[in-house]
Design a protein around this ligand. Structure first.
Ligand code: URP
Ligand code: ZN
Ligand code: ZN
Length: 478
């Protein structure tokens, strides 16, 4: 067979193996993996490089219309599908799954229509949507969600906090029941709204309103309690559940305990819980707001606990939670340099740096091996969210590939990144390893530090049923 492209001489890895092999690509798919392949229209020399499945970032916020009461306080997202997808691609990611949000009083179907319009013609890589349910009316539960799930929107998200989006436990149970009947998987943002609101009021009354106080308003037990409750809700209905952005040891312990009870629980963490701590919130002149997200970065003991969870297999997926608010007066400083933390947008950027940070500090330090890196950043997201053909390199899979130079040393600066945000919380950090060529369905998207493909070529992915369902309540869901 004459291939369109052969990636020659590299070391390829997926979640199960590492081997020296050439990769043959035809019509956008991997069609051969063998020690030596013959000829092709185009040969990409990968000698000395690692040939990995392109990453999947299944937790990112792009062009998300803001609701009143969200901590974003009127700040507009600096990345839509165009810059978000380009930035992702430069960091080795070839599929993104951002959130389509239903605001109260609006139908989910209308929100999906609107979000498709926002993505249309913008994306340079493939994309799907999770659906945020913030108004589970009888029509949403009885008609809209079943129809949407049957049409391939198989992942839903619910919030336990944020005034404009949070659901009561009763409402969450209703959403979980629909997910069970229709075969969807539910992601949950787990923080105890009442405690964090009460603590915020107490802090404000004492004029403690800095970004560091944002973390004080959401101690780890705020997350631990909500995680425990969320898992009890999953247990009540008998459904798998994805706990997103776990920030420390105690909520992760809740996940471990639930798994020991036989529940299928998928655990996600994010770069900010490995690479930032609450000390980063202390920077003067509100610079600490550059590390402000929810849950907040914790102390070193929790950071170590998250690393242990990465190493011992407790975490299944590693996503950015890219929430692209600028630092300037369009974003975090919208309410001024003296703004109290409750007036500052929550969330930090991370689409482009997600994989290089974990590659450098996980793989290059020997904390995790390449298959685990691939599982965390790509394969498990593909299985969990039913992204067929994605997240692995195998004959028949999409040729979504990132070729990494493990020797490339990079000092992260915001000027080298491609997002629309005016800062990175990782400014000045030196890392080793970076993706130098990135292909999406066989087409080179990034090479020589340049974008080689046009926005709009990315396709919307209709999701299959999550693999979490295929294993009933077994703790091992992959
Ligand atoms: O602070 C964060 N994480 N902002 C983004 C929205 C969310 O909670 O995931
Ligand atoms: Zn969240
Ligand atoms: Zn998020």
């Amino acid at each position: 067979m004459r291939f369109d492209t052969i990636i020659k001489g590299g070391t390829f890895a997926n979640a199960a193996e590492v081997a020296k092999a050439d990769i043959g690509i035809k019509d956008g798919r991997v069609v051969a993996i063998a020690e030596r392949l013959g000829d092709a229209e185009r040969i990409i020399d990968a000698t000395g490089k690692l040939v990995l499945p392109g990453g999947i970032d299944a937790h990112c916020h792009l062009d998300q219309p803001q609701a009143p009461g969200l901590a974003s306080k009127g700040a507009v997202m600096a990345d839509g599908f165009r810059t978000g997808a380009i930035s992702a691609a430069f960091g080795g990611t070839t599929t993104i799954v951002p959130f389509c949000v239903q605001h109260r009083g609006v139908s989910v179907t209308a929100a999906v229509r609107d979000y498709h319009a926002r993505a249309q013609g913008q994306c340079v890589i493939d994309y799907g949507f999770h659906l945020i349910v913030s108004d589970p009316t009888p029509a949403v539960l009885g008609q809209e969600l079943p129809a949407l799930i049957r049409n391939g929107h198989t992942s839903l998200k619910v919030y336990m906090t944020y005034e404009a989006m949070r659901l009561s436990d009763h409402q969450i149970l209703d959403v979980l029941q629909v997910a069970k009947e229709e075969g969807a998987v539910v992601l949950i943002h787990a923080e105890n709204h009442e405690i964090l609101t009460w603590l915020s009021e107490q802090l404000e009354a004492r004029s403690q309103t800095t970004p560091r106080d944002h973390a004080r308003s959401r101690p780890i037990y705020v997350e631990r309690e909500a995680t425990h409750r969320a898992l009890s809700l999953a247990e009540t209905v008998g459904v798998p559940m994805v706990v997103v952005h776990i920030s420390g040891t105690e909520p992760l312990e809740e996940v471990r305990r639930a798994r020991a009870r036989g529940l299928t629980i998928i655990a996600e963490t994010c770069p900010q819980y490995l690479f930032l701590t609450a000390d980063d919130l202390e920077a003067p002149d509100l610079e600490g707001a550059k590390a402000m997200c929810s849950p907040p970065p914790r102390d070193v003991a929790n950071q170590n606990g998250v690393w242990r969870g990465i190493e011992d297999g407790s975490f299944d997926i590693f996503n950015s939670d890219h929430a692209p608010y600028r630092f300037d007066d369009e974003g975090k400083l919208r309410a001024g340099r003296d703004a109290p933390f409750r007036a500052i947008a929550n969330g930090i950027p991370g689409l482009e740096t997600r994989m290089p940070l974990l590659f450098s500090e996980g793989v290059m330090t020997g904390r995790i091996d390449l298959p685990r890196f691939v599982a965390l950043t790509a394969t498990n997201n593909a299985k969990l969210y039913g992204l067929t053909g994605k997240g692995t390199l195998a004959v028949g899979s999409d040729a979504d590939i990132a070729i990494w130079d493990p020797d490339k040393r990079v000092i992260i600066t915001n000027s080298m990144l491609h997002h629309g945000v005016d800062y990175t919380p990782y400014e000045g950090r030196t890392i080793q390893g970076w993706p130098v060529v990135v292909l999406s369905r066989g087409e080179v998207v990034v090479a020589d530090g340049e974008l080689k493909a046009s926005p709009g070529r990315g396709r919307f992915i209709t999701q299959e049923t999550s693999s979490a369902w295929k294993h009933g309540v077994a703790p091992s869901w992959t």
